[in-house]
Write a protein that binds this ligand. Sequence first.
Ligand code: HEM
Length: 562
Amino acid sequence: MVLSVKKLDPTNSIKPLACCISLPTHSLSLSLSLSLSLKRNYRKRQKSLLHSIFMDDLWVHIISASFVLFLLFLFKLQRSNKRNLPPSPPSLPIIGHLLLIKEPVHRTLQSLSDRYGPVLSLSFGSRSVVVISSLSSAEECFTRNDIILANRPRLLSSEIMLYGNTTIGSTSYGPHWLNLRRLTLKILSPHHLAGSLAVRLEELRLLVKSLHEVAMAAAGGGGFARVELRSRLQELSFNIIMRMISGKRYLGATVDAGDAEVGMRFLEVISEHFELSGTDPSDFLSALRMVADFKGRERKMEDVAKRADVILQGLIDELRSRMKRSNGGREVESKTMIDSMLSEGYSDDIIKGHILSLLIAGTDTSAVTIEWIMSLLLNHPNVMKKARVELDEVVGRDRLPNETDIHKLPCLHNIINEAFRLFPPAPLLVPHESAEDCTIGGFNVPRGTMILVNVWTIHRDANVWDDPTSFKPERYEGLKGDQAYRLLPFGMGRRSCPGAGLANKAVSLALAALIQCFEWERVGEEPVDLSEGTGLTMPKREPLEAMCKARGCMIANVLAQL
Ligand code: HEM
């Protein structure tokens, strides 16, 4: 019997039997044990039978599923060949190419376009995306197809945090956008910018003054001081834009406590905006919107939107009552952007959305640009020296630079261009969407496709640029008109950046003053790390710190007088 049981299952029946044999007198227990052991063995056999059947089945399922997927792939390939869509890497059902997309996204897309070509199609979940990575295709997008591609995709973040997609940067092409664009171009027109020159010069003076104070306090006066530049540059660009919008500065030493508190809350909200903006997974897989984790993200967006709204409403109410006070209840002639929007009868929501858009679009981009340029110059001290010689010749050593000097500073201009080429603050521009079927680079692009223009790749194209990854501002020397290289840091066409004029002025002026007034050195021997961090604008991964010393020749006549 023992043997027969052992035969049933030689591996598993030994233990219970051995234990029963050691107790021969307990026949009941013996028979119970035997019957239990038999049952167990029977179950195990059943299990292993089931297991083998299941495994066989599983293989059949796997093979059939792979076959179906293969057929689907062939079908898709054939269909896309027939539809003449841009080339595309193999994708997974439902999620498409989402798993391929890693940070920094512009670099991932660059390596995909190296393999599949400059017009590449991808699926981000349910969304079709076309990535443009050559200058000629980008030009095609923003000349022949400019109106067709002037829409913006509807994203959850802009729905919640940008007043239901009604702001200038998020709303699609149409009368509302045209109206906001007209207003923005007016505020940022050369005429208006000339009117706000005093604001930029004042903010520049305050930046230089604060750096001089830090440098003078270091090492017993007049030595090199270690300074963190990012926050100072953010303060500069935030104040410039805020003063044009509301007529008031909100950050810095001379600001009263209440306004400084508002300014800090504003910066906080803007940085949270950046964190939550853009690619929310549920924009691509709508089913995810039901999942609790992503709901958490949505709640965060709602919280940021509410906090931003409170600050913005406060600004409008303050301006409204200031207007009434200054004119006995009647509207006065417009001065700031809020004044002019109030007097043109825009609703509070549209005004709030517009303030937010300009702050979001203008603060970080300009600050990030100056930070990249300073980092590049610290790694190329000879180029910094050349720019300083030019500044000494054109501006001299008795005054700070002014905007009228800028067009006389080609070396400075080349440095800025080269930094925009290597580190465009918006490496994928802002996503566009096709309003109709169109063709790009000979491929069909269906209506409703999201278009990403990879300016990062275009600016580093070895067919266009010699030694494309090196910082060489001299490459632009002597180039004129058609000869000049085409750079796209501000985009192109209808939706290109309306703040380009202001940004160029603010960046040039700040850079000129930093180079003219101070000597700069790296904190250590190592070159400044130029890796990119993640974010909507492409920041430097580590905030820039540098050693800063007032130039002796600038102290008496300029720095000491500020
Ligand atoms: C270095 C600084 C800046 C850079 C590199 C930059 C770049 C860009 C880019 C690439 C776009 C998207 C273009 C497209 O969709 O194809 C854009 C849009 C925009 N920018 Fe700028 N920008 C800068 C500064 C500013 C400033 C200072 C302002 C205003 C105060 C501003 C306001 C806007 C607005 C309102 C839009 C949306 C335009 C629309 O959708 O119609 N930008 N910018």
